[in-house]
Design a binder for this molecule. Structure first.
Ligand code: HEM
Length: 595
């Protein structure tokens, strides 16, 4: 008789406590017989809760040391430039320049860096054949949003040594660049793994912060047309200026507006605050608004199931929900009252950092299309919520410096509405943007690099170079049942054929990025941050600031604040992250936990 626990998972289970072993049996049973997302909401949420507990205990590995010191929290009641002074006892935890953690040990497989050749994987499995979109579910605002978040959270540092990758014989026709060079990832690198602190608009250090501030009334620099200012070299004045495009700069500008609006509100209520106080409180409030939108709006739209809706709301508000939390605060701890407002940050015994594996699963460049569809927002009929198409602009024209110029001609409102109405790409095989395979990337100052790169090939190489587990090893380490044949991954014949062509029958060889793009999709960490836990209170945020965060639930709320008529006129969907012209989510009368 086959053992109950999959043999590959037995060594991991052997390390667990008795209680955790019992919990593991429960989720393993669900994994074996039924997919968790088909469970009723409450059971699904319990399944996810168990997984969260087990992953917190067994999948957070600390890499390197954090050698910061203790400090007086009263002296740092605000977010510092480099994200220091966030952990209550160690001033360096979660700051710029700390080492990436891991969710699992580096790969133990002995495949070579070029096995199979990354250019072959890219050409045969990733390269876009024709654009696959996400239907009505996710729009170009959602696509730009995740780039905006990624630039807030992570940043790998580079070595000074270069790698050169050349397409092997016979494949050069599938590769726009026959050969290209890029810098290796720094070995014992101190990549930056910031907290969710809004550094994408505020900057990561004193110099960057000084660049974006006006030093008047706490405000950040923004031009008259509502878009980012540019310096004499044409580089945007913002927190992170690398690999920007018009959609991403637009979100930076929207949240600069939000920051400045918070400053106005605070100044009205607290007229004695000086520039520095206004800036610090407004940064706290704006960063919390961004984190909240990411948790209960973007992620919910991405995953689009009742169970995930419940789970993400439980993360922020707790099982008892928003009304209860608004009335009583966080009195019952994380499960019942949510992670936000906890008495102490929780890092599960491991200093907070983002992980190498986290970076890898966010390799979602397939969200980017080949062209942006610009809409005419001066329509003829009042009722028409879907503005007519004006022009299709290739994405190349919207990236970097030329993209900044193009955006100022288009204007913020037209771009926002157009992005709202356009579906973004699906995370699927054969959907990697063609233009990203011959890309002039930017250096840290936003300047063009001398050598163009093939991003699809490079992404395969990067995961291997950083020792990230391949797909099946990743599954095992995440306590998931590994695949033993391609049919376990997908029932799409074409995909199976493509995988066999590149990897033969060796499912262990499958690269993580390819596996994640190929697998069947289901249909549709805040708690370590003291500004979302111990210090999520009126003393740190001000009464009015906390009220602002509590009253902002979605990106639509932010858009409505800055463009009062826009969504009324142009949006029928329930979320600003779905295609705006789509029908709103149907009203469900059954309470969420009973679905
Ligand atoms: C115009 C749009 C974009 C451009 C030009 C761009 C370009 C780049 C470049 C040049 C890199 C560095 C590659 C390396 O050296 O390894 C990178 C990394 C990355 N990008 Fe994008 N990207 C864009 C949009 C996006 C979007 C929409 C996502 C969605 C999730 C995304 C996710 C990532 C991730 C996860 C990394 C790895 C970061 C790291 O290794 O530290 N990017 N991108």
């Amino acid at each position: 008789m086959a053992p109950f626990v999959h043999p590959d998972l037995q060594p991991l289970v052997a390390k667990m406590t008795l209680f955790d072993t019992i919990l593991f049996y429960m989720i393993h049973f669900v994994d074996k017989i039924v997919l968790w997302h088909r469970l009723p909401v409450l059971l699904g949420a319990i399944y996810l809760g168990i997984r969260r507990r087990l992953h917190n205990r067994y999948n957070l590995l600390h890499v390197g040391g954090v050698s910061g010191h203790n400090y007086d929290k009263q002296d740092y009641a605000y977010r510092t430039p480099a994200g220091t002074c966030n952990h209550p006892d160690d001033h360096l935890v979660g700051s710029q320049g700390t080492i990436f953690g891991r969710n699992m040990p580096p790969t133990t497989l002995n495949y070579g860096l070029l096995e199979p050749h990354p250019a072959v994987v890219a050409s045969k499995l990733l390269a876009r054949k024709s654009f696959i979109d996400t239907g009505k579910q996710f729009n170009m605002i959602a696509c730009s949003w995740i780039q905006f978040m990624i630039h807030d959270w992570i940043d790998h540092l580079e070595d000074t040594e270069q790698v050169e990758i050349s397409a092997p014989d016979g494949y050069s026709s599938g590769c726009p660049l026959k050969t290209f060079k890029f810098f290796k990832t720094k070995k014992f690198q101190t990549g930056s793994t910031d907290m969710k602190d809004g550094s994408v608009i505020y900057g990561n250090n004193e110099k960057g912060m000084g660049r974006v501030r006006t030093f008047r009334d706490g405000k950040l620099r923004i031009s008259e047309d509502g878009l980012l200012e540019h310096d004499e070299k044409g580089i945007p004045v913002s927190g992170d200026v690398r690999n920007t495009w018009a959609g991403y700069s637009l979100l930076q500008a929207l949240f600069v507006k939000e920051h400045n609006a918070v400053c106005d509100m605070l100044k009205e209520h607290y007229p004695d605050f000086d520039d520095e106080q206004l800036y610090r409180y407004a940064r706290l409030v704006t960063s919390a608004v961004i984190a909240k939108i990411h948790t209960i709006d973007w992620t919910v739209e991405l995953l689009k199931t009742d169970t995930l809706l419940a789970a993400m709301r439980i993360n922020w508000y707790g099982f008892m929900g928003k009304k209860f939390k608004d009335l009583f605060g966080n009195i019952f701890g994380p499960e019942l009252s949510g992670l936000v407002g906890l008495k102490e940050p929780r890092d599960h015994g491991v200093p907070y950092s983002l992980t190498e594996e986290f970076v890898s699963v966010y390799r979602m460049h397939a969200l980017l299309p080949e062209e942006m569809v610009l809409r005419n927002i001066k329509p003829t009929t009042e009722e028409d919520k879907c503005p007519p198409i004006l022009e299709k602009v290739p994405m190349e024209a919207l990236i970097g410096k030329q993209g900044g110029k193009r955006l100022s001609k288009i204007g913020m409102e037209q771009m926002l509405v157009s992005m709202g109405h356009q579906s973004c790409g699906a995370v699927a095989l054969w959907n990697f943007p063609t233009w990203l395979r011959n890309l002039v990337a930017h250096d840290i100052d936003g300047e063009d690099r001398p050598d163009p790169v093939d991003m699809a090939t490079m992404e395969v190489y990067r995961d291997r170079e950083r020792g990230v587990a391949r797909y099946n090893e990743f599954r095992r380490n995440m306590l998931m049942i590994p695949i033993s044949k391609w049919e376990d991954l997908t029932d799409d014949e074409e995909v199976i054929e493509g995988l066999k062509d590149v990897y033969g029958d060796d499912v262990e060889k499958l690269d993580l990025i390819v596996g994640l793009h190929a697998e069947k999709k289901i249909k549709g960490r805040l708690e370590a941050d003291r500004f979302f836990t111990t210090n999520f209170n009126a003393k740190t945020y001000t009464d009015e600031g906390l009220e602002w965060v509590n009253n902002t639930e979605t990106l639509k709320d932010v858009i409505d604040r800055h463009f009062p008529e826009m969504t009324e006129k142009w949006m029928t969907s329930s979320s600003a992250f779905s295609v705006w012209g789509s029908m709103p989510d149907p009203k469900k009368f059954m309470p969420l936990y009973l679905r």
